[in-house]
Ligand binder design. Structure first.
Ligand SMILES: *Cc1c(COP(=O)(O)O)cnc(C)c1O
Length: 457
């Protein structure tokens, strides 16, 4: 086949502009199509420099080859690809063990498209169990609510709206960005299906106060008889805490924790398209939610919101688990955390910033501009460093801390020490320039700022 040159575009390839409002009429060569797709996206961010995202932007050549091998397989066809399904089943058991699930139970869980699908499945399981419990007691099961903090990722607001569960949200306040037991007495009641707490929240990277929430729920159980389960949203922390803090009880070691989700495509180090939900034991996921389809020649269970999906991310995760093992993940997370701490120190030492995360578990640096600088803001800094190619997100915090603007940097494993040094230089340089010349960015007027910002994760 003749390789065409880009100049061919001008001769015979492309006779109409890319249409805005109707389906393209003509066909063009693969070469021309590729050139157009490539050039139209030149000005988008470089994924590796997008530090507002938690999602993987680095691949080893071997893992990329694995992904390519499975790229044209539909994961849901377990009948055709039983070995891939066996990998998923094995990984569910591995994660159940990694997150200290009890021994002697049948673990249950699923690979999903991301944490969002995983959270929805966990939320549904808890809604189901709560309603069945209510029916058994002959009580009304029509007004479920879910209790969580204003620092939750947007998926929980989606879950509650899409599945008719009343939101009961504990507010934050300036300087305090974690969900604690402080508001539970006003939020929890007999209609609470679960309490959701986060390991590695999107705003500051901090963990919610699991132990305090757990103890509060224990006391509530004693006083009222209501036995309320906890779900841990470990989208980010699920692949950091086990490796860096093995003695820290954030997981199934807390008896009330009945389900945990994590994003394979965040610190699980898989490219976009993989999440996990793991239940404490199979019985937490009601059998009524399970379907057995007889579609492609065999009977297979399906209990995900999605049906067809790409198999490559599942194979990729399996590659990572056996390639890195506990030791590999631990080394990578240690280095990444050290780089985050270095960035944090450089930015604090510059005098321009105050740090928002009091504890540093996952490698996130969340800062707010030191109050003595009034002629520019976090949005100006975000704009200014974009000139150097860096993408850092600035946003207003959720209620009742919306007076605070945050600038957040997710330090991912692909950033080495030198890259972090360069980033620190660029941020400090931007601040110097802005202090001298003043900034003019106005925070975006969002209808619902706290609902829009974290979706960038
Ligand atoms: C990223 C994130 C989600 C959503 O996960 P996806 O994998 O993007 O679907 C949910 N919760 C938290 C805490 C997150 O960080």
């Amino acid at each position: 086949m003749k390789q065409k040159s880009p100049f061919d575009l001008f001769f015979d390839e492309y006779n109409e502009d890319i249409p805005e409002n109707h389906f393209p009429r003509d066909s063009i060569s693969a070469y021309a199509a590729e050139s157009i797709v490539t050039s139209e996206t030149w000005s988008d961010a470089k994924p590796a420099m997008n530090l507002s995202s938690f999602v993987t932007t680095f691949t080893e050549p071997e893992s990329f080859a694995v992904a390519k091998d499975h790229y044209l397989k539909n994961y849901i066809d377990h009948d055709m690809y039983p070995q891939l399904f066996a990998m998923e089943t094995r990984m569910v058991r591995w994660l159940h063990q990694l997150w200290n699930g009890p021994e002697g139970v049948e673990p249950y869980g699923a690979a999903t498209i991301g944490s969002s699908e995983a959270c929805m499945l966990a939320g549904l399981a808890h809604k189901w169990n709560w309603r069945k419990g209510r029916q058994k007691m002959g009580k009304d099961g029509s007004r479920p609510n879910l209790v969580t903090g204003a620092n939750v990722q947007i998926v929980w607001e989606k879950f509650m709206r899409y599945f008719d569960v009343e939101p009961r949200i504990a507010p934050l306040r300036p300087g305090h960005y974690r969900f604690t037991s402080a508001h539970l007495d006003q939020l929890v009641d007999e209609n609470t299906i679960a309490v959701v707490a986060i390991a590695g929240q999107t705003f500051t990277g901090e963990d919610d106060a699991f132990r305090a929430i757990h103890n509060w729920l224990d006391r509530h159980h004693e006083n009222t008889g209501h036995d309320i389960p906890m779900h841990i949203d470990g989208a980010s922390g699920g692949f950091v805490n086990p490796f860096l803090y093995p003695d820290y009880h954030w997981d199934f070691r807390l008896p009330r924790v009945k389900s945990i989700n994590a994003s394979g495509h965040k610190f699980g180090l898989v490219p976009p398209g993989l999440g996990w939900v793991i239940f404490r034991e199979r019985s937490v996921f009601d059998e009524e939610l399970m379907f057995y389809v007889n579609y492609l020649g065999g009977e297979m269970p399906t209990a995900t919101l999605n049906f067809s999906r790409n198999a490559s991310t599942v194979a990729y995760q399996y590659y990572n688990f056996i390639r890195l093992g506990f030791k590999g993940y631990r080394d990578i997370m240690l280095h990444t955390l050290e780089n985050a701490q270095h960035l944090r120190n450089r930015l604090v030492d510059s005098g321009y910033f105050e740090i928002m995360n009091k504890t540093q578990r996952i490698p996130v640096v969340a800062m707010t501009l030191n109050g003595k600088y009034t002629n520019f803001n976090e949005y100006d800094i975000s704009d200014k460093v974009r000139e150097r190619g860096w993408v850092l997100s600035a946003y207003a915090m959720p209620p009742d801390a919306q007076s605070v603007n945050s600038l957040r940097i997710v330090v991912r494993p692909h950033l080495n020490y030198n890259a972090v040094e360069g980033l620190a230089d660029d941020i400090i340089h931007a601040c110097k320039w802005l202090h001298q010349h003043g900034g003019n960015a106005t925070p975006p007027k969002l209808k619902d700022p706290h609902k829009v910002a974290p979706s960038k994760c």
